[in-house]
Design a protein around this ligand. Structure first.
Ligand code: DP6
Length: 333
């Protein structure tokens, strides 16, 4: 890491990053303060779900300012995270952060993953820091665990690490010899209603109260191993099976929390039935879900439109998005 001498006025920096969907889920922490996950995870970065963020440190500001999709937003989560950058850069200056989600719809899909990945890059650059991708991944993780993965393109593995300071808790890209034309079909269920409980609160509650939590954590490393091998062998049935069972195991652990955490809605189950029927008809379609009612289906580019058509026909599905693999975080302009 190099630190450059800062002058006033600071240069503004702008970056973009894509959201990602985990095929093997992250659900539980080993250290809340440093935001260290209890286990690894494995994801696919998606090109259709992008966040663009600009950061300007400004000596005229007495507090951080945050504008999200053209509206003033709270800085409760942002400011302590910006303090990490300020500490590293040896500055005290407050910042103006402007972030826009170019997601196809205001569906409730807005992701902290693309947000903190874009912020890590724009924020560190604006503060005069020149961080490598590993350092960016670590910094993004402090904002949101899944954000560490959005620094990188395509398939990405998050390593839980063992060091107490979390410096080995970073994501790395999974290199492939050639592109694998997979994609994700996202069915918006429930019209993009706000989630009942955030993933952060839900995973803490699950860890504290679910009798299935430890079994879930123990399942993650073997699932990652299988998924990594399936990617290297381009074995979609195996990767798809792991994708499905990882999501189901995560949700089973969450549902067994006391009181239960349940993100599913009737439309979610209807989507799952459609995906089962498609599979019986020989279509490669494998479902996953995050902390919300929407269904995400891993499939091939060539089969994506038939998967999208089948899901669109359901009354509880308000929109369907088809997204291919996306690039890693990058500075723009
Ligand atoms: C269900 O990354 O949002 O989407 O680290 O507390 O910010 P924090 O959690 P977050 O959790 C994502 C949970 C998930 C699964 C995943 O993306 O791996």
């Amino acid at each position: 890491m190099t630190k450059q001498t800062l002058k006033h006025p600071y240069k503004g920096s702008k970056a973009q990053a894509c959201a990602n969907i985990a095929l093997v889920k992250y659900w539980g922490k080993r250290n809340a303060e440093l935001n260290l996950p209890a286990a690894g995870s494995l994801s696919l970065t998606l090109d259709k779900l992008r966040t663009t963020t600009s950061v300007q440190f400004d000596t005229a500001l007495s507090e951080d300012e945050f504008y999200l999709d053209d509206e003033r937003a709270p800085t409760k989560r942002l400011s302590p995270w910006l303090d990490l950058i300020r500490k590293r850069a040896g500055i005290q200056t407050r910042a103006r952060v402007v972030s826009n989600n170019a997601f196809p719809t205001s569906s409730g899909l807005a992701s902290s993953a693309s947000a903190f990945a874009a912020l890590a890059l724009a924020g560190s650059d604006a503060a005069g820091l020149s961080l490598n991708k590993t350092e960016l991944s670590e910094l993004a993780r402090r904002g949101s665990g899944s954000a560490a993965r959005s620094i990188f393109p395509d398939f990405v593995e998050m390593h839980p690490g063992t060091l107490l300071d979390g410096s080995d808790c970073i994501a790395t890209p999974i290199e492939q010899d050639e592109d694998w034309p997979l994609c994700m079909v996202i069915a918006i269920v429930g019209g993009g209603i706000k989630k009942s409980i955030s993933s952060r609160d839900a995973m803490d509650h699950c860890a504290a109260t679910s009798p299935l939590y430890q079994a879930w954590i123990d399942s993650v490393a073997p699932d990652i191993e299988v998924a990594r091998t399936a990617i290297s062998e381009r074995d979609l049935p195996t990767l798809g099976d792991i994708t499905e069972v990882s999501a189901m195991a995560m949700h089973a652990a969450a549902m067994a929390s006391r009181p239960p955490v349940r993100y599913w809605q009737p439309g979610t189950l209807a989507c799952l039935n459609v995906v089962s029927d498609l599979r019986q008809d020989g279509v490669s379609a494998y479902p996953t879900m995050d902390a919300g009612p929407h269904l995400k289906v891993l499939t091939t580019m060539s089969e994506s439109q038939s998967v999208a058509d089948a899901l669109s026909a359901l009354p509880d599905v308000s929109e369907v998005i088809i997204s291919g693999p996306g690039p890693g975080a990058s500075l723009i302009e």
